[in-house]
Design a protein around this ligand. Structure first.
Ligand SMILES: O=C(O)C[C@@H](O)[C@H](O)C(=O)CO
Length: 268
């Protein structure tokens, strides 16, 4: 099993590059750039489709033969406003030039040329509460099922208030058995507010063969190849994460851990 907790390799430039090869799986890729004004990030999409997420800061973007102008408005991710995002199909290229300090996420999965390049936010993305009590969190759905804007990518942002849980009650989506469940690999790109904080993420299977509980810090990425994957934010520290999911079909069907499903039943 590859290391599930990936720390950033630096503080400027390309600081994460998760690929199917280094994650030991088949679908999801995730690259993160931290740019200063004037810094350039550019890639060819190849066989993958990508969603560029301006996590914070601004950049001018050219992609798929078009000039998309200056993108980005949220200068700090914890402003929680809807992000500016751009879908770029496979077989294209993109280039971003930072105009302010900028955190640019590149969410990747196999593309089949079924969708044109287009902006995905901020229009059409609305911060939505989910859960009850200290399980309340706030979700910006960027490209989830129901928004038919990609061939295989599912992308969402989640803000977990300090002292709350999210991706909870524990759930898994690791069997290709639609409509009961879908097989979806998943990455979590984590941020903490204040930045020196930590969060907790557990990745575990019901048989115990996989059971890792990780302290996640600002800018860490966690891989979820299978199993349940709840998160907790300690008192005093708000947590953000950006999820990328993909698998053989673009549907999100999960099952709760039977031990903890009573919480979902009670809160329904
Ligand atoms: O509900 C949440 O808190 C977020 C999760 O649904 C997260 O997007 C995920 O685990 C998807 O499977």
């Amino acid at each position: 099993m590859p290391d599930l907790l990936r720390h950033p390799t630096g503080t400027r430039g390309k600081v994460h590059e998760i690929t199917p090869a280094n994650a030991g799986w088949g679908y999801v890729g995730f690259t993160l750039y931290r740019l200063e004004p004037g810094d350039v990030a550019e890639e060819a999409t190849g066989e993958t489709e990508v969603i560029l997420v301006l996590v914070e800061g601004k950049a001018t973007v050219q992609a798929a033969g078009q000039d998309w102008g200056e993108m980005g408005a949220r200068m700090d991710v914890f402003e929680k406003t809807p992000p500016h995002c751009l879908y770029v199909p496979n077989g294209q290229s993109w280039r971003a030039v930072a105009t302010t300090p900028c955190t640019l996420a590149v969410c990747k999965a196999p593309g089949r040329g079924g969708h044109p390049a287009r902006r995905l936010g901020p229009e059409g993305i609305e911060l939505t509460p989910r859960g009850k009590g200290t399980n309340t969190r706030h979700v910006n759905n960027i490209a989830m099922e129901g928004r038919e804007v990609a061939d295989s990518l599912l992308v969402t942002e989640v803000f977990t208030p300090a002292g709350h849980w999210s991706s909870y009650p524990s759930h898994r989506h690791d069997e290709d058995d639609f409509p009961r469940m879908t097989y979806l690999e998943e990455t979590y790109y984590h941020r903490l507010n204040p930045a020196q904080g930590f969060g907790i993420q557990r990745v575990y299977t019901e048989d115990g063969a996989l059971d890792q509980t990780m302290a996640v810090k600002n800018h860490d990425v966690v891989l979820v190849p299978k199993g349940h994957h709840p998160c907790g934010a300690p008192y005093g520290y708000e947590m953000y994460y950006l999820n990328v999911m993909a698998g053989p079909i673009r549907k999100w069907r999960f099952q709760n851990d039977p031990d903890h499903d009573w919480i979902a039943q009670r809160d329904a």
